[in-house]
Design a protein around this ligand. Structure first.
Ligand code: GLU
Ligand code: ZN
Length: 307
């Protein structure tokens, strides 16, 4: 049984880009008799608001994107993440990182010219805390922050839309964080633990997460879990070339719901990604009847709002 998922973060109202990922996840699952699991990704207590959870669920229903099951919210899954960390720790893969944000920034400013960079410009963690001795650790103020010792390994996989991918964990990620200093599990860990626990077999999400997938695939393997397949869909861009974000208020569902019926919103996205030939009102159910990933474009989409 194919199981897809919606994994919204309740840090704002959904915008068109979020709707686009959710629509394609739903179509991919439903066109093949599969199911959708909804999981609220409210890991970050400072950014998640219960009011946004309600709004997002209401928006999904309004759009006709329903789900078969609701998994536990991430804020309630602390024990499961701790169990996974325990497992990684037993394999000797974790170490505490004492670096403060300021130290990391200062270190990266100092090393900017020489430090290893990922292809998107992020500075890779220099491994400062990797080889501290037990004595050195004992001298630092305790922290809950944990990093993974990333192996010198290149992870390859085939994305359902973007094709073959491969990425060097050390060059593109370095030792990444699995638990933050405040004790909250990091996204990379939580998403793997949860997708596995939910029995998700297909992850459909924005292309901005493509470079996270090798990290996640490596975590699946380390934890002895079966990974899903991945499909990374194009980003929606504003006319000035930026990715749409929760700041683009004119394209959030609050505004769109005032302007159009749900079928026009679905129809707009379906048209712009190549599923239909012109902008017309269409429901997800109608699109599912002959949905085919081969008709979905893989390049990013500039989103202009038709009047
Ligand atoms: N919660 C993430 C978001 O809303 C999605 C994470 C994922 O799909 O893996 O952007
Ligand atoms: Zn450190």
């Amino acid at each position: 049984m194919l199981r897809g998922r919606f994994a919204p973060s309740p840090s704002g109202r959904m915008h068109l880009g979020n709707v686009f990922s959710a629509m394609l996840a739903w179509l991919s699952a439903k066109s093949r008799g599969g199911q959708i699991v909804l999981r609220v990704e409210d890991l970050d207590p400072a950014r998640s608001k219960p009011a946004f959870v309600e709004a997002i669920l209401d928006d999904l229903k309004w759009l006709g994107l329903d789900w078969d099951e609701r998994a536990e919210d991430q804020s309630r899954r602390h024990q499961a993440y701790e169990a996974a960390l325990e497992r990684l720790g037993q394999m000797g893969l974790l170490y505490p990182c004492y670096c403060s944000r300021d130290q990391l920034h200062a270190a990266s400013a100092l090393q900017a010219a020489s430090a290893p960079h990922a292809s998107d410009g992020r500075i890779i963690y220099a491994g400062t805390c990797r080889n501290l001795t037990a004595e050195e650790r004992a001298l630092r103020p305790p922290t809950r922050c944990l990093r993974v010792k990333v192996p010198g390994e290149t992870v390859a996989f085939t994305d359902g839309l973007q094709g073959p991918q491969s990425l060097s964990l050390q060059e593109e990620w370095g030792d990444f964080i699995v638990r933050r200093a405040d004790g909250v599990a990091a996204y990379q860990l939580a998403v793997v633990v949860d997708d596995a626990a939910c029995g998700v077999t297909e992850v459909v999400r924005g292309r901005d997460l493509l470079s996270s997938t090798p990290v996640q695939l490596w975590l699946y393997r380390a934890l002895g879990l079966t990974p899903p397949s991945f499909v990374h869909v194009p980003m929606l861009l504003s006319t000035d070339g930026r990715r749409l974000s929760k700041r683009d208020r004119d394209l959030d569902l609050g505004q769109l719901r005032k302007a159009w019926p749900p079928e026009k919103v679905i129809g707009l996205l379906a048209w712009r990604c190549g599923l239909i030939d012109r902008w017309e009102a269409v429901s997800p159910r109608e699109l599912a009847a002959d949905f085919d990933w081969r008709r979905v474009r893989r390049e990013d989409i500039v989103m202009t709002l038709p009047q």
